[in-house]
Design a protein around this ligand. Structure first.
Ligand SMILES: [Fe+2]
Ligand SMILES: [Fe+2]
Length: 187
């Protein structure tokens, strides 16, 4: 993926992929007759992911600010849940959810390529975040000072949040207008 469209550097969808979202801006989604249960559920999952990465960032910030005995157990539990669920979410999108939309609108084919690239990019970031988290948890388990490693992890978590926000926003602005235009939410 060329730099302007890569997840890590992209500022949003290119203009030619914003044709439908201009017709269906975010404010009108919920009230639209074609906005169904499956779309609402899917957007809720995105909100859950945003909430989880916020919680992880906040947990590391608090740990660096002052000690917190719940830090290790919560970091372990929330990171495990977050990364597993996110990986699963991408698989469902790639294998079941997106393929039904791709033939609907040839103008958006490029958009689905971008989302596919994002998922691969996020896979790499998921692995990096898991490794950084395990490094911190390993130090805690050995009762060694984990502070420097937490600072590194916090930087990775903040980067991850930025990449995930970019992906979710662009994905929503590509997919939801397609659903509204073609009435394909059967949930
Ligand atoms: Fe996605
Ligand atoms: Fe998604």
């Amino acid at each position: 993926m060329t730099a302007p469209l890569a997840l890590e550097t992209r500022k949003g969808l290119p203009e030619e992929l914003r044709v439908l979202v201009k017709q269906y801006p975010r404010e009108m989604w919920q009230g639209h007759a074609n906005f169904g249960g499956l779309t609402a559920f899917w957007l809720d999952r995105h909100m859950m992911f945003r909430g989880l990465i916020d919680k992880l960032v906040e947990g590391s910030e608090i740990r660096l600010d002052r000690g917190d005995p719940r830090f290790g157990p919560e970091l372990s539990r929330y990171t495990g849940f977050f990364l597993n669920q996110l990986h699963h979410h991408h698989m469902i999108e790639d294998q079941h959810y997106f393929p039904q939309f791709i033939p609907l609108d040839a103008r958006l084919e490029r958009g689905f390529e971008i989302l596919d690239h994002d998922h691969h990019a996020l896979d790499g970031h998921i692995h990096a975040l898991a490794e950084g988290t395990n490094a911190v948890l390993g130090l805690i388990a050995e009762r060694r000072d984990e502070k420097d490693e937490v600072a590194r992890l916090l930087a990775a978590q903040r980067d991850f949040r930025r990449f995930l926000d970019r992906h979710l926003e662009d994905e929503e602005e590509l997919i939801v207008p397609v659903i509204l235009e073609y009435g394909v939410d059967d949930g």
